[in-house]
Design a protein around this ligand. Structure first.
Ligand code: PLP
Length: 388
């Protein structure tokens, strides 16, 4: 027998790992730096590492107390009820739960293009269809209510990513509110804030709570993760913040013990480790500024822990950089074959990435002022970006 028809489904393409690349090239892993998956360059929260060690001996039990304690701690952090926090196996797991709770067969979701591939993948797992709205590179991937509403056609879920992967653009809360207002009562606006800590902006949780002059709403949900600012990508821990009215749905859709004992203990320790988050955010800000200032190609302004760079030929540049020990993300799979995405590293890693990229651009004839490789000087990037 065969699995069901999966011809509409696509495989997730993760950023490449150091071990994998080193093995393939027959080199020592220590020669490489990986800036391809938007991970935390300072590693996990040190408090979480201690908690993980201490929790190791209790993993023979199901994570009942830890799950409840972490839910309460996160609810407290956002001033919402415990029922509004849906813990999950990463932000990805939270996206699954939102689909499980909303999608009937053949419902449709609206996702950004370019954008995070898992929205569409998860919708399809849940027998939903996928439509896209375009974020235009000539508009610097600007996100507005109009862009989304122009494409909207009564979808059940509208996905907004703020900061957006891979561009780093954000959407103002007033625009999220307008989208929620002007879409059908049965449409949920999901604001994915996986990179929220890196943006100097209020969370869309304000729209659920009715804070900051917004009316409290029952048609917005927010997704957050411990993978990025807290450095816990490997433990798989994220959550959705859902409207008050939705609390009851979680127990009906979640996989029992949605987050593991280790994940919950790590999350409980990390959520109070402000020092680690602040250090991570500071390093990210330095790295973004350094990349924008020193890269010999157009770098979009980003509010995430990464920067999108217009190199003209992503696959050649990413492959050549990899050969020189710096692994970055070729954005061809995002539909941006001219762009690479570089994760913000430590100061040393960022400097190495920038130096390597500039050398590669020069060696491939894509150098400063000619990021699109057409031989013309890109004195006006905005005028040039359409021609790659
Ligand atoms: C925009 C966006 N949302 C959600 C996620 C999911 O992250 P995780 O499942 O590690 O929490 C990612 C991961 O890279 C992402 O880029």
């Amino acid at each position: 027998m065969q699995p069901r028809d999966l011809s509409d489904h696509v495989a997730y393409e993760a950023g490449r790992g150091i071990e994998e690349v080193a093995r393939e090239l027959g080199r020592d892993p220590s020669e490489f730096v990986k800036l391809a998956s938007n991970e935390n360059p300072h590693g996990p929260s040190p408090a979480a590492v201690v908690a993980l060690r201490e929790a190791a001996s209790s993993v023979s039990s199901y994570p009942k107390a830890a799950h409840a304690d972490l839910t309460a701690a996160i609810a407290d952090r956002w001033s919402v009820t415990d029922e509004q926090i849906w813990l999950a196996n990463g932000g990805d797991g939270a996206l699954d739960y939102l689909h499980r709770a909303t999608i009937e067969p053949d419902d449709t979701v609206l996702v950004p293009n370019p954008g995070f591939a898992y929205y569409g993948m998860s919708a399809r797992f849940h027998h939903g269809d996928v439509r896209e709205y375009a974020l235009e590179r000539e508009d610097d991937f600007e996100q507005t209510a109009e862009t989304v509403l122009d494409a909207y056609d009564d979808e059940r879920i509208v996905f907004l990513t703020s900061p957006h992967n891979p561009s780093g653009s954000t959407i103002p809360l007033a625009d999220v509110e307008r989208i929620a207002d002007e879409t059908d009562e049965e449409t949920l606006a999901v604001v994915d804030e996986a990179y929220g800590e890196f943006a100097d902006r209020d969370s869309a949780v304000a729209l659920l709570e009715g804070d900051d002059g917004f009316d409290a709403r029952d048609d917005v949900a927010v997704v957050r993760t411990f993978s990025k600012a807290y450095g816990l990508a490997g433990v798989r821990l994220g959550y959705a913040v859902v409207p008050d009215e939705w609390g009851d749905a979680y127990t009906r859709v979640n996989t029992p013990f949605a987050a593991s004992e280790l994940a919950c203990r790590a999350g409980l320790a990390a959520i109070d480790d402000d020092e680690h988050v602040n250090r991570t955010v500071q390093t990210t800000e330095n790295s973004r500024a350094y990349m924008r200032e020193h890269i010999d190609a157009h770098v979009w302004e980003s509010e995430g822990n990464f920067a999108l760079v217009d190199v003209g030929d992503a696959s050649s540049v990413a492959e050549t950089m990899q050969g020189r020990g710096v692994i970055v993300r070729d954005c061809t799979s995002f539909g941006l074959p001219g762009c690479i995405r570089i994760t913000c590293g430590t100061d040393d890693e960022t400097e190495r990435a920038v130096e390597t990229l500039n050398e590669v651009l020069a060696d491939l004839g894509l150098a400063a002022g000619d990021a699109d490789g057409d031989g013309a000087t890109d004195t006006d990037i905005d005028a040039e970006v359409t021609d790659t």
